[in-house]
Design a protein around this ligand. Structure first.
Ligand SMILES: Nc1nc2c(ncn2[C@@H]2O[C@H](COP(=O)(O)OP(=O)(O)OP(=O)(O)O)[C@@H](O)[C@H]2O)c(=O)[nH]1
Ligand SMILES: [Mg+2]
Length: 317
């Protein structure tokens, strides 16, 4: 790690040379990633690093400062035990959980609390509750939140000079283009495209049970934000709705060959008959998730009528 830190310091010193800025930035992102990536290449055995096997249709990571309530949220949302404590850094490894969101299986990962300056390989433990600090911390590792990749664009024009959107300085680009006798153009350049990942992010602002209504009004104006109380399970519906929106998952359904799509409500018995006529003979009960039941899941009999989007599990005798 110390040799990696030395390399980072070396590169930072070199950065004065504007012509190499883009290239050096890309190398910095790569080296900083090395600092947080467990050695041994891929996979990683149990207990190594923070990796957990991927399951379900999508995965969501909880990133935040210590003691903000990430583990409380995991425990109360997914019903999985994750150490909750009044002291900082209660969580030291990744704890996975699973929730059902409109029928989709979504993996939740409770991560250890992050510290400011983790990007420099050191922890001051300085705790500030501000979303842009988290954004900055992630940005240096090549993670962009709620933004879209900038394409490389070039449009030659008749007048207006060189109009540049780039991480390279304008003079360098102008001199390169002048080599090609181009003096009028709109140029967009993103040098680190392959090193940068773009991910959607929801800012979950927790512990609203401890603030006044006025402050809650301010919080509601923060873009991409959902205020909650993980402890009291307040506003979980809004959070789940936003999770669904941001994941941009789509639901599709199959129908047997030769039949058109059916949207009619059916009973559990109808459903079993459609799968196989013997299934109803062996039917003991069904577990149902969704709008037609009060509890998720709920045990139901074969006469139960289900709602659109319900998820069923048949238990045989
Ligand atoms: N008042 C209030 N306290 C909460 C809420 N959620 C969590 N807490 C408390 O905040 C403290 C920290 O909660 P954790 O869930 O352990 O926090 P964490 O983010 O997982 O912390 P680390 O694992 O150390 O990063 C505990 O004492 C919780 O009981 C909430 O909605 N309201
Ligand atoms: Mg925790």
């Amino acid at each position: 790690m110390s040799s990696t830190l030395a390399k980072i310091a070396e590169i930072e010193a070199e950065m004065a040379t504007a012509h190499h800025l883009g290239l050096l930035k890309a190398r910095l992102v790569k080296l900083r990633r090395e600092l947080i990536t467990p050695k041994g290449g891929g996979g990683g055995g149990p207990g190594e690093g923070f990796d957990v096997a991927k399951t379900g249709d999508a995965r969501i990571r909880f990133v935040g400062f210590p003691s903000v309530g990430k583990s409380t949220l995991l425990s109360n949302l997914a019903g999985v035990y994750s150490e909750v404590a009044a002291y900082e850094f209660a969580t030291l490894t990744t704890v996975p959980g699973v929730i059902r969101c409109k029928g989709a299986k979504i993996q939740l990962l409770d991560l250890p609390g992050i510290i400011e300056c983790a990007k420099d390989g050191k922890g001051t433990g300085h705790q500030v509750i501000a979303v842009n600090i988290i954004e900055n911390e992630l940005e240096v590792f090549g993670i962009r939140l709620n933004s879209k990749p900038v394409n490389i664009g070039f449009k030659k024009k008749d007048k207006g000079g060189i109009n540049l959107t780039s991480e390279l300085d304008a003079e360098t680009v102008k001199s390169i283009l002048a080599e090609y006798k181009i003096h009028n153009a709109d140029v967009t350049l993103q040098l680190m495209t392959s090193l940068v990942v773009y991910i959607p992010c929801i800012y979950v602002l927790n512990k609203i049970d401890q603030i006044s209504i006025d402050k809650l009004d301010i919080i509601y104006k923060v873009p991409h934000c959902v205020p909650i109380s993980a402890r009291h399970r307040w506003n979980f519906d809004d959070l789940l709705e936003k999770i669904w929106d941001y994941l941009k998952l789509v639901r599709i359904y199959t129908t047997p060959k030769g039949h058109g799509a059916s949207y009619s409500r059916t009973t559990v018995e109808d459903f079993c008959m459609k799968i196989h006529k013997n299934l109803i003979k062996e039917f003991k009960y069904a577990l149902l998730w969704g709008l037609s039941v009060k509890h998720n899941p709920q045990k139901v009999g074969k006469d139960h009528t289900w709602e659109d989007e319900d998820v069923i599990q048949i238990v045989k005798k």
